[in-house]
Design a protein around this ligand. Structure first.
Ligand code: 6GU
Length: 250
């Protein structure tokens, strides 16, 4: 698959994609990632990409013309509608988007091309969201100075789901959100560190007991840190009763 990133800061990305799983996936030819300077699609002498907001207010807004020209040259499509039924997506990163999650990461991992349009925090002409992009996406409820860091997050989350990107030693099956819960706690040596011991059950070889402990520990951790996830998780009556008991003993 390939990612094309449209940005006013193309130099931002080179080091970000040169480490770990993403570096390995690129080297193996599983993914191509290119960052493109939006100014390359301007036609005026000063290569202007932004302008003042109609209606007044602070900050500059990204103009539509360079963004439409960039997406058309990268995808061959003039508007989002032409991408229906293809495996190409155009994603605008903006704080006004729907929140990126593991489900969308899996969906994007099936695409042949994902174009990531980096917004800036002051804004992007709304006709980009209305006509040009297939998805407007935020990475969470906080404000970044631009979409670049968010684009790097999306690329990382998607690349590791491409078949072959995670070596055989790791897998995306047993991890946070795979079951709609947070991951269970992990421990390594030493068995005792600053007076805290690794849970005894993990030191024995009873794999049934270990699996049960991990499920319960994942449930407890999710209840404490992300209770919102429990609403949609598939839980047994026994697990629900256990969570209720835990809540009553806090
Ligand atoms: Cl995608 N962009 C910006 N500017 N801020 C954000 C964001 C994106 N996601 C969360 N905050």
């Amino acid at each position: 698959m390939r990612f094309d990133i449209i940005t006013i800061f193309p130099g931002y990305f080179a080091p970000v994609f040169d480490y770990g799983i993403v570096r390995r996936a690129r080297a193996a030819g599983l993914v191509e990632i290119a960052a493109h300077d939006l100014r390359g699609w301007t036609s005026d002498k000063h290569r202007i990409v932004d302008d003042r907001p109609f209606g007044g207010g602070d900050g500059m807004i990204l103009k539509p013309e360079p963004l439409f020209a960039a997406v058309e040259s990268l995808t061959g499509a003039k508007e989002a509608g032409e991408l229906a039924g293809t495996r190409k997506r155009v994603v605008l990163l903006s704080p006004q988007g729907k929140v990126f999650d593991q489900r969308l990461a899996h969906e994007l991992a099936t695409c042949e091309q994902v174009v990531l349009v980096c917004g800036r925090y002051e804004g992007v002409d709304e006709r980009v969201a209305e006509m040009l992009v297939t998805d407007e996406v935020s990475i969470g409820d906080y404000v970044l100075s631009g979409g670049e860091a968010a684009a790097a997050v999306v690329v990382d989350a998607v690349v590791r789901l491409i078949p072959g990107a995670l070596g055989s030693e790791t897998s995306a099956v047993n991890e946070s959100f795979a079951e709609g819960l947070l991951d269970f706690p992990h421990y390594t040596r030493p068995v005792e560190f600053r007076g805290r011991r690794v849970p005894e059950v993990l030191l024995g070889g009873n794999h049934g007991e270990i699996a049960l402990w991990r499920r319960r520990a994942a449930l407890s951790k999710t209840r404490r840190n992300r209770p919102d996830l429990l609403e949609r998780a598939a839980l047994t009556d026994e697990e629900l009763a256990r969570l209720e008991r835990e809540a009553n003993s806090d």
